[in-house]
Design a protein around this ligand. Structure first.
Ligand SMILES: Cc1cc2nc3c(=O)[nH]c(=O)nc-3n(C[C@H](O)[C@H](O)[C@H](O)COP(=O)(O)O)c2cc1C
Length: 157
């Protein structure tokens, strides 16, 4: 069956580059499943742009066990029900602790805006826990988990 109109937006925020790298890997997973994926920063995206996409992935560094303030602000600014009918996935890069907590917060924010099927999120370790030192990169096996997230969002294993 032809996947009519299925396309994806991968939004990210990143201070030291790890979440940006993660976003690129999620997009590669989507593309490998035949879905065209656009990667953009939250800061360069107007909430109205989300309308054009049926699939959405959102990524943020873990800041204090939550998505970064800028990301939470973006999510809160979305009109109610604006994610209705969309398949969405969340991912985060964290230094040492509470990456999964960030995914939980993300899911609550996404549900509040009416997101339909929320694909299990992925938290990957990178960077240092509480500073802007870039630290270690995302490990190879975690890059694989991110591309698998992209494929899962596309509806493929
Ligand atoms: C203000 C701030 C708060 C952070 N809070 C946490 C945290 O709660 N848990 C954690 O494991 N890492 C924390 N980190 C580390 C980042 O999550 C980690 O370095 C991440 O990989 C950075 O992603 P980025 O390169 O996309 O900015 C924090 C970093 C900053 C700058």
């Amino acid at each position: 069956m032809k996947k009519r109109g299925k396309n994806a937006l991968v939004l990210f925020f990143s201070k030291t580059g790890h979440t940006k790298r993660a976003a690129e890997e999620v997009a590669a997973g989507l593309e490998s499943a035949g879905i065209s994926a656009t990667v953009k920063g939250f800061a360069d995206t107007d909430p109205s742009e989300l309308e054009q996409f049926s699939l959405l992935a959102m990524g943020s560094p873990t800041h204090g066990g939550k998505p970064a303030k800028k990301v939470r602000g973006f999510m809160k600014s979305l009109p109610k029900k604006s994610l209705k009918g969309k398949r969405v996935a969340a991912f985060t890069s964290y230094g040492r602790v509470r990456g999964n907590h960030t995914i939980g917060v993300f899911k609550k924010l996404l549900k509040k805006k009416g997101a339909k099927a929320i694909v299990p999120g992925v938290a990957v370790k990178a960077g240092s826990p509480l500073s802007l030192w870039k630290g270690p990169d995302i490990r190879e096996e975690d890059l694989g988990r991110l591309s698998a997230l992209g494929r899962a969002l596309a509806g493929k294993k």
